[in-house]
Design a protein around this ligand. Structure first.
Ligand code: ATP
Length: 638
């Protein structure tokens, strides 16, 4: 037992840390009324029609429920006691009509409530996905994707339940309570007071449960986020898991998180399940008091059997909505905790956004300039230090240097994935922070070492970002990227699905599709982040021709570790510790015998040190040069 507790304590201590790491977005729940008001304003009021229908149906249900005790009273007094024959013909159809109307109104209210809650979930999911798509990379990278996935699915489902069953159900049951309590007070206010004996305790209890529910559901959602993170991480890294024989260890790790989710889910269940019976017990106290006092009045003759029956019917009918209210308020609290998490994502304003009235970038040549740029992903760790770099239009520039020197960061800033801390990045003399984000990103095509393909067809992947392209254009791009051959051999050609992240294709094939995508985009600037480094020399050689075509007539920045691939760049910049430490052609840099020469020697040995680069013939451009873009230099193979 002691050991069990120690194990449990360890799991939970570890859990605290893991939760903090995976869920940097953890937020305390917002006050219930703040969330309820916001949900009403932003999500319920726009659906006024359905809301009105649902509310009308709710009122009908409540009125019909409130009428039932009176009918019971009349039945008892007029039929049973007074033996009135006309009441015998009148009251049963009236009871049937009231119950029938109640049933029909319940149906209408149920369907409209569900429609409203589904629409709320749909709207929240769309807003959340939109926020994530527009969010800053820096912020997205700080939070585990599992946190987003669990919010997108689990949290919004909890909000849906709270909005549908909770919010509307609370309204319906509250109305029922009001009508029934009204009916009771109308019948006999003194007896009603006796029946309400348990109510103050019930309300106090409900408030306590709301607080406990808020705490447990926030933790349960956090654990759910962790669980999603672990599962997605383990599946993404399944090859590493298997290669290192960590299947059992990963299963154990996930089991620990599952144990914690069960613990917090059980805390919620205990609160939720207890709320109904506690209210029931307190309501039972009220009914007992009413029977005692009503019975006494009946015995002393100050109350007719019909009045007594009618009152007890109302008290019994009140029982159910009261119990439902107690349970529903805990559902509502779960929704409030979930909404606090979802709003933390939806309300996030991206820092990198269009300035008001920002004009679009006008690309004339595609020259890129970084002027005294300093930048760090985290404030205390600078990555680029006062870096200045000019890439003239139509030239091929290579960035080389040791790992971590900041080469990819330069590309990240040109694409405005991040904003420099100081200095400017401009294209054709226009500061990127002053033009629209879309126009700046449209000016460039990015090809990375690990091309990302969507789980869609080959055609859709080539067209990504250029959806209006015709099939002929797609085929021409694939042809230019030397991808047409293997695409033709795929079972369904251009319509073949590539699998998740392109898993049904080889590395070289995926890269050629990404080249075709960039070719089709036909952007004046091409950013190549080690596009061939994931391939072996043979596959790289095959890709070289496609790469040569891709770089033709564009301004190109190419990052490469293998110096053989950058020999023929117009200029090579060697970066180290966020600065350019050497610049020049391959031959000039070798002569300098500096950092580049040392790197080259490490890769190729002494004998090649003096080798002059061969100038290859400019490849045949498969696409005409872009209209309005001057090509200042002949296309060069890099
Ligand atoms: P490599 O050749 O290994 O790809 P690189 O020269 O391209 O390296 P960068 O990727 O620009 O280097 O990274 C420069 C520094 O910035 C590194 O120290 C790296 O750890 C850090 N860094 C890169 N991306 C991020 C990020 N998203 N968040 C925090 N730090 C980062």
């Amino acid at each position: 037992m002691e050991r069990d507790n120690a194990v449990k304590a360890r799991i939970f201590a570890a859990g605290e840390e893991q939760t903090r790491a995976a869920d940097s977005l953890s937020v305390p729940p917002l006050p219930t009324m703040v969330v309820v008001k916001r949900m009403v304003r932003e999500h319920l009021l726009p659906m006024k029609g359905y809301l009105a229908l649902s509310l009308t149906a709710m009122v009908v249900v409540a009125i019909m429920t409130g009428l039932l005790p009176f009918l019971m009273q009349m039945t008892s007094d007029e039929i049973v006691v007074a033996k009135n024959l006309s009441s015998l013909y009148l009251l049963p159809p009236l009871v049937a009509l009231v119950i029938g109307l109640k049933a029909a109104a319940e149906y209408v209210s149920g369907v409209s409530q569900n429609y409203i809650s589904h629409m709320i979930a749909a709207e929240l999911r769309t807003r959340m996905f939109g926020s994530l798509m527009h969010a800053d990379l820096a912020w997205l990278e700080r939070t585990h994707t599992g946190r987003f996935t669990s919010s997108f699915l689990g949290d919004i489902t909890a909000i849906q339940a709270a909005a549908g069953i909770g919010l509307v159900g609370i309204g319906q049951n509250l109305l029922k309570c009001i009508f029934l309590i009204g009916a009771m007070f109308y019948m006999d206010w003194l007896l009603s007071l006796a029946a309400s004996i348990g109510l103050p305790f019930a309300f106090r209890q409900m408030r306590k449960q709301r607080k406990r529910m808020s705490r447990s559901s926030t933790r349960a959602f956090q654990e759910q986020g962790d669980l999603t993170s672990y599962v997605s991480q383990a599946l993404k890294g399944i090859r590493v898991v298997k290669a290192y024989g960590r299947e059992g260890a990963e299963t154990g790790r996930v089991r620990e998180v599952i144990d914690r989710t069960v613990e917090f889910a059980m805390q919620m269940t205990r609160v939720q399940t207890a709320s109904g019976p506690i209210t029931e017990a307190l309501a039972g106290l009220g009914i007992a008091a009413a029977i005692f006092y009503g019975g006494y009045r009946g015995i002393t003759g100050s109350m007719t059997p019909g009045e007594f029956m009618g009152f007890i019917t109302a008290a019994m009918l009140l029982y159910q909505p009261l119990k439902a209210l107690a349970t529903l308020q805990t559902t509502l609290q779960t929704g409030v905790a979930a909404a606090s998490r979802v709003f933390a994502i939806i309300d996030r304003e991206p820092k990198i956004a269009d300035a008001p009235d920002a004009p679009p970038l006008v690309v004339s040549d595609g020259a890129i300039t970084l002027d005294h740029v300093s930048f760090g992903y985290v404030p205390e760790t600078p990555v680029l230090n006062d870096l200045s770099l000019h890439v003239p239009a139509g030239t091929k520039v290579a960035l080389v240097g040791p790992s971590g020197a900041g080469k990819s960061t330069v590309i990240n800033l040109i694409l405005r994935f991040y904003e420099p801390d100081s200095g400017t990045v401009s294209i054709d003399g226009q500061d990127l922070s002053t033009v629209t984000l879309k126009s700046a990103r449209d000016a460039a095509a990015l090809v990375t070492q690990d091309p990302f393909l969507f789980d869609d067809t080959v055609e859709a992947n080539i067209c990504y970002g250029t959806e209006d392209a015709s099939l002929e254009d797609v085929e021409a791009a694939a042809d230019a990227a030397i991808a047409a051959g293997f695409i033709g051999e795929l079972p369904e050609g251009y319509q073949t699905p590539v699998g998740e992240a392109g898993s049904r294709l080889s590395g070289g094939q995926k890269q050629r599709i990404s080249f075709a995508r960039a070719m089709l985009r036909d952007a004046p600037i091409l950013l190549l982040d080690e596009p061939t480094s994931a391939l072996d020399s043979e596959a790289e050689a095959k890709l070289q021709q496609a790469l040569d075509r891709l770089v033709t007539n564009r301004t190109v920045i190419m990052i490469a570790h293998r110096l053989s691939t950058v020999k023929q760049a117009d200029i090579i910049h060697v970066m180290d510790k966020g600065q350019i430490v050497e610049s020049g052609s391959h031959a000039a840099l070798l002569k300098k015998r500096g950092v580049y020469a040392r790197l080259y020697k490490t890769q190729f040995g002494k004998q090649e040190e003096s080798a002059e680069p061969k100038t290859s013939a400019p490849p045949k451009a498969t696409k005409p040069a872009r209209a309005g873009r001057k090509t200042k230099r002949p296309a060069t193979s890099i």
